[in-house]
Design a protein around this ligand. Structure first.
Ligand code: IDP
Ligand code: MG
Length: 147
């Protein structure tokens, strides 16, 4: 079964939208296997966004993601990496389709609600930033046979 990492960014925590965003993944039938509520250090943020170093939006991105606590969530499901990306919508909430998470909860590129790993390679790099293998909980979810 495939795994991915999502991060509810500081705007989502501050606006009290964590539950509503998480609900979408629960409604879809994805299995939550890890939760971590944390405030990222600059070093951790730089590790997470290493591939964007040098881009014009990198300094404000690091400032944004370290500006308050975030909720990192590990999810498991069929094609969960690609499905989560589709549920998130385009990077810029103004271009994200209505019905997508960014399209429904965001207005500005600077505050775009959620991060989701974009490939298997990214998952392998990003999940360990928040979770050790022991942090990811193994259990049977009753409804998973239906979803
Ligand atoms: P993604 O989050 O949809 O994968 P990326 O291109 O990987 O988008 O960019 C990482 C994050 O950097 C975005 O989610 C957003 O917070 C920020 N970002 C990307 N491009 C811009 C930009 O042009 N202006 C401001 N922030 C940006
Ligand atoms: Mg990305």
């Amino acid at each position: 079964m495939e795994r991915t990492l999502i991060i509810l960014k500081p705007d989502t925590v501050q606006r009290g939208l964590m539950g509503r965003v998480i609900s979408r993944f629960e409604d879809r039938g994805f299995k939550i296997i890890g939760f971590k509520f944390a405030r990222l250090s600059t070093e951790t943020a730089e590790e997470l966004y290493a591939t964007h170093k040098g881009k014009p939006f990198y300094p404000p991105l690091i400032e944004y993601i370290t500006s308050g606590p975030v909720l990192a969530v590990a999810l498991e499901g069929h094609d969960v990496i690609e499905e989560v990306r589709a549920m998130m919508g385009k990077t810029n909430p103004r271009e994200a389709a209505p019905g997508s998470i960014r399209g429904d909860f965001g207005q500005r590129m600077e505050f775009n609600v959620i991060h989701g790993s974009d490939s298997q390679e990214s998952v392998e790099r990003e999940l360990p930033v928040f979770f050790s293998p022991d942090d990811l909980v193994k259990y049977d979810m009753e409804k998973s046979r239906w979803s």
